[in-house]
Structure formats: C-alpha cells, structure tokens
Design a binder for this molecule. Structure first.
Ligand SMILES: [Fe+2]
Ligand SMILES: [Fe+2]
Length: 407
C-alpha cells in the first residue's frame, strides 16, 4: 500500500512509491528505491518542506521490511563491534566507511586500482555521452568500449584489484559465459542510463552486469566440478542439475568484502545484480522467490538484459533466437508479470524489435535497419535494392512488410 507523507517525515529506509523527476524530465530516483539519508537531504534541497512524497507503507505484503535488510553489508556494518578504537559500540555506516577508507586509501594497490577504475569510468562515461547525444545505441561504439575495458583489465593484471581477475578467469573457463556477461553489462547500462544519470551508479550497474553469473565459475572453482558439465549440457537439466545451477546466485559471501572503493549503494547494485537476477516479479523465480519491489533495482534490470541475451546467443545446447522474437518474448514475460514492465519497455524502445545494424527481408527485398522509430515494430531502414530512396521510416510505409530477420 502506498501512502503520502510530507518531506520532513521521510526517514532513511523508506521506499519510494513514485518516481522523482529532475528538471530535464528524467527520472532521478526511481520508484522502489530505498532512500538513504543523503538522498533525503538531496530531496529536501529540491522541494519545499511541505512537499509530499509517496512511499510504500511498512508491513505491506508486497513489500516486506525484510527486503531492505538483506544487504549483507549493511547488516554487518551496523552490528560490528570494535575493541579498542571505538569502545565496543555500534558504529554508523559512515564510521565504518571511514575506517575502510583510512585503511585502504593509503595503500599502493588501492591507488593503482583507483586509476584503473577512473579509466573504466571515463570509457563508460564516453559511451554514455554518445548514447545521450545521439539518442541511440551505436553497437560499434559500445563494443569498442567493452574491448577497451577488457584490455585494461588484462594489461594491468598484476596491479588491478583482484575482483576483476575473476573476469579473466571466467573468460578462460567458459568464453561463452564471459561474452554473455559483457553483453548483459551493456544492455544493463542501456536500460539504467534511462533511469539515472549518476555515473558512479551506472558504473556499478555495468560491473554488476559483468559479474552477474560469476557464481557459476566460483562454484566450479570451489570444487563443484559438475558446474561445467551443467552449463555446457545439450539436453534438458535433471532436477538435481537444476538445483545445482540455481546455486550460482548464492554469492553473498563473495561480494561481501569486494568493491570497497564504492559506496554502499553501488556495492549493493553489484552484489544484487548477481544475487537477484533470476528472481521474477510474481515470485516464481529463484533463489528466494522475492516478489515485486523486493527484488533490487539492479536485479530487475539485469533480469531483462539476461533473458534477452540468453535468447539471442547461440549456445552449445540451443540455436539462436532472432532478436525480434527474443524482444517479443521478454515483452510477453513482462505482460505475464515475470519481468519489470518499466525496464522491459525502456529496453524495447532503445533496441526496437529489429536492432540497428540488423539485416531484414521485406516484400521489397533486403533492407538494413539504420535506426529506431517511435514504434518498435517499424524501424528506419535502407532498402538495399532501392538505396536511392534513402532512409525510410517503416511506420510511414504500410506497403512495406517485414518478412524476417537475417542473422
Ligand atoms: Fe544467471
Ligand atoms: Fe546470465
């Protein structure tokens, strides 16, 4: 249930029941977001005191408190007890962060990692600028950025924070899972870029996408040899195999002490991208059968990106589904209450049914998709046999029918 309260009554932990828009009409804090003290201060600076904000009422069945307490980091941070320095008392998250920062900031490896992160940040930011300025996705540009990021991991292998080394190990272990992770990271970035303009948050969501399936490799590395067989199996999985596969989202422990150079919110994004990406809005997912807004922001975005990429990707055990079919499928999943409707809608608008750069056949011959229009089903195309006609918006040409998409 939603309720309205005045701005002054807002407390950290309250969950937004409405989107908050910035001056440019973009969502700056999304519905379902758990507010932090800093964000409440920000809101107070933006609105008058008596401004009302819609929040989710506590105790609501679809939104139990539990969902805001499950952060493995927050729990630990609040109950930690120190011996000498703080006289065995409960610390605030800020104090904990300061301790981490003081311990880390002076270390050399922290500094080199920070530099590497700055480079990644710049690359992501460039790609993001491109998306904003041109208002469309340029696959080549994003691909270049991905390659650059990966190269930067490898070049600095010894210097860089070891969290990223898992990615390189993942590439050696199972290149297909690695490539899938890169795609999911970029799709996640596309969707998230329409929800927030905070570059640090976008970066964390990108990393969340990169590491969302890292649990598959971690389980294998821990000695669960069957994991490799399971992910490369051509036939259907047995109940036992599916039970094992599900364990790849149990990565709470792995993420607990990682990415300390990020704030809590960003670290949560990274961890929950991996922990929540198989949960479904209607509670039919795994591992914890979370429902609706119990599923983290990162988890709901990555779920859309993950299913789409899993469908279009050719795997050992299945052939590729064409992008329009894949997009129709995830829209259907959103309609059925499985995927977040908002994020699916954003994704469909960005990518269209026929992503830019794909070749399609029409009743007028082959055509290449050169951009998206307001309708996902009728992109802008160039007819290969009539290229003198230039760019054609298929929404304005009912006489041209799309037959199918060519790989
Ligand atoms: Fe997964
Ligand atoms: Fe995945």
């Amino acid at each position: 249930m939603l309720k309205k309260i005045v701005l002054n009554e807002l407390l950290p932990g309250h969950v937004l029941g409405e989107d908050i828009f910035g001056k440019n009409g973009r969502v700056i804090i999304a519905r379902g977001h758990v507010l932090s003290g800093k964000e409440i201060e920000f809101l107070k600076g933006h609105f008058l005191e008596n401004h009302t904000i819609v929040i989710y009422e506590e105790g609501n069945k679809n939104f139990p408190n539990e969902s805001h307490e499950i952060s493995p980091f927050k729990k630990e941070a609040i109950t930690v007890e120190t011996d000498s320095q703080y006289n065995s008392k409960t610390l605030t998250i800020q104090q904990i962060q300061n301790i981490i920062k003081d311990g880390f900031a002076s270390r050399e490896d922290y500094q080199t990692t920070k530099k590497a992160i700055e480079i990644i940040k710049r690359d992501v930011s460039e790609a993001f600028d491109f998306l904003t300025i041109n208002n469309e996705i340029n696959d080549k540009k994003f691909q270049e950025t991905a390659n650059k990021i990966i190269r930067s991991f490898q070049k600095n292998q010894e210097e860089i924070n070891f969290e990223y080394l898992y990615l390189i190990e993942l590439e050696n272990w199972h290149p297909d899972t690695f490539n899938h992770s890169i795609d999911v990271a970029f799709f996640t970035l596309y969707i998230a870029s329409q929800m927030t303009t905070d570059l640090t948050e976008l970066e964390s969501l990108f990393i969340g996408g990169l590491l969302h399936d890292i649990g598959k490799y971690l389980r294998y590395k821990e000695g669960e040899n069957r994991f490799y067989e399971i992910i490369t199996k051509t036939g259907p999985l047995s109940d036992e195999e599916f039970r094992i596969l599900k364990e790849h989202v149990s990565v709470e422990r792995f993420f607990k002490d990682k990415f300390m150079f990020f704030n809590q919110k960003e670290r949560d994004n990274i961890a929950f991208a991996a922990m929540d990406h198989h949960e479904k809005i209607d509670g039919s997912g795994y591992l914890h059968q979370k429902r609706g807004m119990q599923i983290s922001f990162a988890g709901r975005i990555v779920a859309v990106a993950d299913i789409y990429d899993a469908l279009i990707r050719k795997r050992e055990y299945k052939s590729m589904v064409k992008p329009d079919i894949a997009m129709r499928h995830i829209i259907e999943l959103a309609e059925l209450g499985k995927l977040d409707k908002r994020f699916t809608g954003i994704f469909k608008n960005l990518l269209g049914l026929y992503p830019t750069g794909t070749v399609i056949t029409t009743n007028k011959g082959m055509a290449i998709v050169i951009g998206q229009s307001s309708e996902a089903s009728c992109p802008k195309v160039m007819l290969l046999e009539h290229h003198e006609l230039g760019e054609i918006n298929l929404c304005e040409h009912n006489e041209i029918e799309i037959y199918e998409e060519i790989e």
